[in-house]
Design a protein around this ligand. Sequence first.
Ligand code: BGC
Length: 417
Amino acid sequence: MFHSKYVLPLVAMAGLTLGTPARAEGTVEVLHWWTSGGEAKAVGELKKSFEATGGTWIDSPIAGGGGDAAMTALRARVVAGNPPTAVQLKGPGIQEWAQQGALNDVQAVAEAEGWDAVLPPALAGIMKYEGQYVAAPVNIHRVDWIWANPEALAKAGVEAMPTTWEEFNAAADKLQAAGIVPLAHGGQPWQDATVFEDVVLGVGGAEFFRKALVELDQDALTSDTMVAAFDQLRKMRGYVDPNFSGRDWNLATAMVMRGEAGFQIMGDWAKGEFLAAGKVPGKDFLCAPTPGNGFVLNSDSFTFFKVEGDENLTGQKVLASLIMSPDFQKTFNLAKGSIPARTDVPLDDFDDCAKRSHADLVKAIESDALVPSMAHEMAVPRSVRGEFLDLVTEFFNSDMSSQDAVEKLAAAVKRAM
Ligand code: BGC
């Protein structure tokens, strides 16, 4: 179905004529970290659609939620002079690789297809380097979500999803008293940072989030508000089970599915996990934004590394076009738990969590409460993000005071800037 509308103009653009030998549609080796149930299903849709154009897909999955292992593998491949054709990358990471001259642009595809007209400007800006598209976005993920098991909540006498951190703590206390793990969590630095940034948004609001986690303002980082955020994080440490250390995020989601745990705080890739397990939103699981009136943005996109050979170059262009096609954006995001990056894809077939995500995104843009995720590499360079992750994880796994935490964090961030 992608042939006629999207792919054929590209084949022509790549200087190929119809009737060129088999596999003229290109080859891509795709490096990504989508290995959980929901993720694998979603990336399977991309593979299927690419192969339907006649292209050859070489899969290079690197397990590890949040993509830290994938980024290490990428660096090794580039250093060895053998980059993959297409790589899942985000935010400032896109800019960093582009600055190093490692990326091919897909500007011709973007212009031919009018990407500027269908992407939110904030997202389009992230996809470009020096005014040229060097990445194609597949989705908009929201990081500030709470997922819950309704039966577990009912058993514990929790009547509604929390809308403030006080309500969250009260609900968690009830779950604990009922013998249910209040918070399913995996103790990996990126997961700790995910919970942390959602707490920062809820405690401080979007403006504070931006000052502290994006602009890295020293006053914000050492403020009482940041101390209060760490206090809430300390409270949450008491709500996780003793085996949380090192647990993968999707296993934490499974604890909520089974009713072993009441809540998980995680981006909406967790919804992809519930859906892949056949769970029904609103019935088998609940979603609600974490307290705070903002929207923590995370978007997955693919970049195209400098490779040689017509077959590979064509593959890059075909993949870029495919990723941005409306049909694909719909199919992919129905599986991934996110919403389309394109603004013109109807959401009629999406569930209420996705519709809520879209409505809140629009509201957040209007009220200037849209913030880029620090934990998911949308906000700050990897070196700075690394300092946040180290400190937050150290705090979570020790009895460090909140006051010490803000001082250490501010100093570490200053060093890394
Ligand atoms: C990515 C998601 C992915 C999640 C867990 C996030 O950083 O944006 O696509 O599902 O990590 O692996």
